[in-house]
Design a protein around this ligand. Structure first.
Ligand code: ADP
Ligand code: ZN
Length: 746
């Protein structure tokens, strides 16, 4: 017998191995196998299929062992999904395999990855010898025995004994030899129990809140829509109470014995949500967390693999790889969020798309929820591919925040600015502080200044690996590349002419300094990538703000996401323009979403919240939509542009990124490929594009964009595309060019 196997190597093929007769009964599709690969290497692979066709091209090697002896680690529907991902996202099956299985389930001979081992706890109980006698010399043994009786409670009441761990018994100075003697004499014995690493929920359960009329209507609408379509878009304004609707829906699913996957953009930011769900679902809730250790992830994986029990799993995008045997529903919360798309490494998948495919195969439903739908999702809802349910009012009759604009041109002209704060904004912040309210200040750049330059000669420090200037971080006095992480300590003065530095632009650190100067009484915290590197740091900052130990929270896009604080009455956006200036076709969409979301943090209880946006272009039509919270008009305008400029949802995109250390080869490869593709695809294929940052980590970069009409065969177009890609890679003067396809790029 032979088996076709996926191996975790970046080659676009399956590998055929022979299966020794003794392993034939275990070698089934989805089983993990350990195989020799190359010189002395051993890898864990995955069986896709078995057959009797001896390969004619080459000798086959034998499988060394099958790692799954009871049931395969990968279910048939997962295998199908992995194949789909590999095909749709044009990536080697090995890359999908690596993404799909926690590394603890994929041992290899390099042993760099830790193999999963269950955690064992050793317990102690009474042995066969029920009437021990201790000689005069056995004082220590007697002491230990008595300590055991005490810890176990046997001494007081035989019917109510407690388990005793060996560790607890031996705590202090008890000697190991006495314990061994007790064991040898059959007085005590040990036994082992597998104990999980997953945190156990302690505390009381609560019933979910009763739904308001609007929420009940939405829930009914969702049920109704699932009767005819398996995807429903829930468009509910910020604070309309979508989460409560999800909770009710999940509860119904669990009651029907089904499993639920609940996807959120970034799980580190969802401690508030996790706490809320734990209280309602207790042990039925699992959290699949990128900050968890691999061991903990393996436990969730195995737990699902071995049961069909009703469960809800809260997870970031990688949850789509979990082995659900009994999936009833996938919720994609904040479905517009770009972190559902994996950028690097491959597979460059979008979890929303994968969720739809996955649910369809399992005959499950998908609920996409958001206040600011992705243009594509809303289009799908408008054209009948999805169903649409709306919640247009905030919970408890609260109003959506009032959005005010401050014209920075005018402010600077009249000199009515204090550093980066316009006078009217300073006034509003002071007023809110006086009323004991909280304020969020949004600035979408971290560090102190995006770059520094010499006052005398104009020299700007650049990264040595990338074509970008280095960001100045004042707290650590360093210059940091935000692309590759390269860090140097900031020189005192210009290395060319000893001139003084001047800083340009503004990041969260500088804002923090300005805020401390402007509002010396206020307690200030900053939340960005730099302040949240430790495991619990997000939680600490969020909790401190939630307990109102902080008055002003400054942050990057992290503060825009799903958080709920009672006392936030004002949200300030210091410079909205930078978000709209990027040449990307999604920049308006992203700016609208981010601003509406961050605005949504204001006024979530009590009186109406207020948002102040500082901008040099107050006439940008986007603000008018935002001020009216008019998503639909914004969508209609966007859709027109998308059509005119041939973007999704009317066209599907593939962006090829070409990389090479050697500039000339890259240039040749890019031109060669673009010319060839233009012969086939005409103006659907772009010229060679030089990206704004044309070198990252010492690799020169070029991109080529292909757009295919939404009603044409995408699969066929991709196949032709890849023929040309592979051909160009074989040309001698293009050798070594890495070409990465990104399907449905974000
Ligand atoms: P969204 O996810 O739509 O932004 P949330 O689900 O976070 O909104 O709800 C906003 C606020 O309203 C939260 O504080 C939540 O606890 C409260 N809330 C929502 N629905 C209910 C309900 N049915 N009963 C009580 N409080 C509710
Ligand atoms: Zn760099």
């Amino acid at each position: 017998m032979y088996a076709d196997i996926i191996l975790p190597v970046p080659l676009n093929e399956l590998f055929t191995y022979s299966v020794p007769a003794s392993l034939e009964h275990l070698a089934v599709p989805g089983a993990r196998v350990y195989v020799p690969f190359g010189k002395g290497r051993r890898l864990t692979g995955l069986i896709i299929r078995t057959h009797g066709n001896k390969p004619t091209q080459h000798e086959t090697k034998e499988i060394l062992s099958v790692l799954d002896d009871t049931c395969p680690s990968v279910l048939p529907q997962q295998l199908k999904l992995m194949e789909w991902m590999s095909r749709y996202y044009i990536c080697p099956p090995g890359d999908v395999f690596k993404a799909a299985l926690p590394s603890g389930l994929r041992p290899d001979s390099s042993a760099k990855e830790q193999l999963y081992k269950p955690r064992i706890t050793v317990f102690v109980r009474l042995g066969q010898n029920s009437s021990p006698e201790f000689g005069k010399t056995a004082v220590k043994q007697k002491e230990l025995y008595e300590r055991f009786l005490e810890l176990s409670g046997i001494k007081d009441d035989f019917s109510q004994t407690k388990p005793v761990t060996k560790r607890a018994l031996m705590e202090g100075s008890k000697t190991a030899s006495s314990f061994r003697a007790l064991e040898d004499n059959g007085i005590l014995e040990t036994y082992e129990v597998e104990t999980g690493r997953l945190p156990q929920f302690k505390g009381s359960l609560i019933e979910p809140a009763a739904l308001s009329e609007a929420q009940q209507k939405a829930l009914d609408g969702i049920h109704e829509s699932f009767k005819s379509k398996n995807v429903c878009l829930l468009h509910g304004v910020t604070s309309s109470g979508k989460t409560e609707v999800y909770i009710h829906l999940i509860r119904e699913m669990l009651a029907q014995g089904k499993q639920v996957l609940y996807l959120v953009p970034e799980i580190a930011l969802t401690t508030q949500l996790t706490d809320r769900l734990k209280k309602v679902f207790s042990k039925q809730l699992g959290v699949y967390h990128s900050r968890f250790s691999d061991m903990e992830r393996v436990e969730i994986y195995k737990d699902l693999l071995n049961s069909t029990e009703p469960k809800v799993i809260l997870s970031a995008r990688s949850g789509v790889f979990l082995p659900f045997r009994n999936l009833g529903l996938v919720i994609v919360d904040e479905e517009h969020d770009s972190s559902f798309k994996q950028q690097d490494p491959a597979p460059r998948y979008h979890a929303r798309s994968v969720a739809v495919v996955m649910a369809k195969a399992a005959n499950a439903s998908v609920l996409l929820g958001t206040a600011t739908p992705a243009i594509e999702s809303y289009y799908n809802a408008q054209t009948g591919k999805y169903r649409l349910v709306e919640m247009s009012e905030r919970y408890a009759g609260l109003s959506l925040p009032r959005i005010g604009l401050v014209d920075l041109k005018r402010q600077y002209h009249r000199k009515e600015m204090f550093e980066h704060f316009a006078d009217p904004l300073v006034e509003r912040i002071n007023k809110q502080l006086a009323e004991g309210k909280q304020i969020i200040i949004f600035q979408n750049r971290r560090g102190y200044a995006p770059y520094i330059g010499c006052k005398r000669c104009g020299y700007v420090p650049k990264c040595c690996n990338c074509d970008v200037s280095l960001t100045y971080h004042k707290r650590t006095n360093t210059l940091v590349c935000h692309y590759c992480g390269y860090t140097v300590s900031a020189p005192q003065s210009c290395p060319n002419c000893q001139g003084e530095w001047r800083d340009f632009g503004v990041g969260t650190e500088k804002i923090e300094d300005e805020v401390t100067g402007l509002f010396p009484e206020a307690r200030v915290a900053r939340m960005d990538l730099d302040t949240t590197r430790n495991k619990n740091s997000h939680q600490r900052i969020i909790n401190a703000f939630a307990r109102h130990e902080v008055d002003i929270l400054i942050g990057t896009q992290m503060v825009t996401k799903g958080l709920h604080f009672n006392d936030v009455s004002l949200v300030a956006v210091l410079n909205a323009d930078s978000m709209m200036q990027s040449p990307d076709f999604r920049s308006s969409e992203r700016a609208f979403q981010m601003l509406e979301q961050v605005a949504g943090r204001a006024g979530r209880t009590g009186s109406q919240g207020e948002v102040i946006i500082q901008t040099f272009q107050p006439d940008n039509p986007l603000y008018a939509y935002l001020q009216k919270h008019d998503y639909k008009s914004f969508y209609t305008a966007q859709l027109g542009e998308r059509k005119t400029f041939r973007f999704p949802p009317f066209y599907r995109l593939v962006v090829l990124t070409l990389k090479h250390r050697d500039y000339t080869r890259l240039d040749t490869a890019a031109r060669e490929l673009s010319e060839r593709l233009r012969k086939v695809f005409g103006n659907r294929c772009s010229d060679v594009i030089i990206p704004p940052i044309a070198r990252v980590q010492n690799m020169h970069l070029r991109t080529i964009r292909l757009r295919i009409e939404a009603n044409a065969s995408f699969a066929q177009a991709k196949a032709i595309l890849m023929q040309h890609v592979r051909y160009v890679q074989t040309l001698p003067n293009c050798k070594g060019t890495v070409i990465q396809p990104d399907v449905d790029p974000m």
